[in-house]
Design a protein. Sequence first.
Length: 123
Amino acid sequence: MTVVAVILCLLLSAVGALGVASPSRFLGVVRSFQTPIGLFFAAALRVILGVALFFSAPDSRVPALILVVGVVIIVRGVVTPFFGVERLRRLLARLSAKGSVFIRGWAILALVLGLSLVYATVP
């Protein structure tokens, strides 16, 4: 499970790096989830990442933290489909309106979170 967790955390970091380099492309990637199927796909990715973190926690550098983060991500993944596509569209409209500096800020957060999880997960 550690390999799955590391791969998904690297994917999260890659999306964050894309957002830092090109906020418009980042929004394009996020907009691809604006369908019911896309939203369920995003939810499934979150649940898979959370489960992978949960099961790789005992072998990680900070087991308690990885365990908690895994559970939080699982819960967020389960709840994601209930927010709906329309709410995602409104969120992206607000995000777009705030400008590229705001988008880059969130992208930096995703990049740092992903890399931190990789570091913490690898024993």
